[in-house]
Design a protein around this ligand. Structure first.
Ligand code: AMP
Length: 194
């Protein structure tokens, strides 16, 4: 049986960013998911790192499930050639459906939307609404300022250090897969224990 989650949600930029390494990581992640038979769940856009991830997964023969709100479909150019494109009414519906369809979450570099999605899924885990693995992909040090902020929040007494361990930091695409490998078993055991 696969030691990987069945479906992984990738949060990432609707832009490509200034470092070519971020697009390369998105491409390697998309292809790597497909190569392992893992479904990709993402925001359904045809722009930036979102497109790079989805296109790589499709090209490698993977299943790609996009979830996009009606109003954003035009702006983010809803990706018409993915396996399934769910067009929903609102941003809240989008994020909830993406979470429901996924067994684990990976955040690549991205902007405000990626931050929002990452912290929503992290706070849902903190509140025990789910126990699915979350991986922050700190490619080329992109998320280091955020990690520094989180450390400062712990030092200031606003964040429980135990809650930071609800998210694994990966420094490369290989690290992402290492973090995902076996995580399906671990979260199933955790869920069984609850
Ligand atoms: P960004 O990281 O800002 O490039 O956005 C990445 C994804 O998050 C895109 O699919 C955006 O539509 C989505 N997004 C942008 N802003 C928000 C927001 N305030 N809440 C939730 N998702 C957002």
């Amino acid at each position: 049986m696969s030691r990987y989650p069945r479906a992984v949600c990738v949060y990432c930029g609707s832009r490509a960013g200034e470092n070519a390494g971020w697009s390369e990581a998105a491409t390697a992640l998309g292809a790597g998911l497909a190569g392992r038979g893992i479904d990709l769940v993402y925001g359904g856009g045809n722009v930036g790192l979102m497109r790079a991830t989805a296109d790589a997964a499709m090209t490698a023969g993977g299943r790609v499930i996009g979830v996009i709100p009606h109003d954003l479909e035009k702006r983010e150019h809803g990706h018409r050639s993915v396996t399934e494109l769910h067009v929903v009414e609102s941003m809240h519906e989008r994020k909830l459906l993406m979470a429901k369809l996924s067994d684990a979450f990976v955040s690549l570099p991205g902007g405000l939307g990626t931050l929002d999605e990452t912290f929503e899924i992290l706070t849902w885990r903190q509140l025990r609404f789910h126990d699915k693995p979350i991986v922050l992909a700190d490619i080329a040090g992109y998320w280091q300022p955020l990690l520094d902020l989180l450390d400062a929040q712990v030092a200031a007494g606003f964040v429980d250090p135990a809650h930071l361990s609800l998210m694994t930091v990966a420094r490369s695409v290989d690290d992402i897969f290492a973090a995902l490998e076996g995580s399906a078993d671990a979260s199933a055991a955790g869920a069984a224990g609850n």
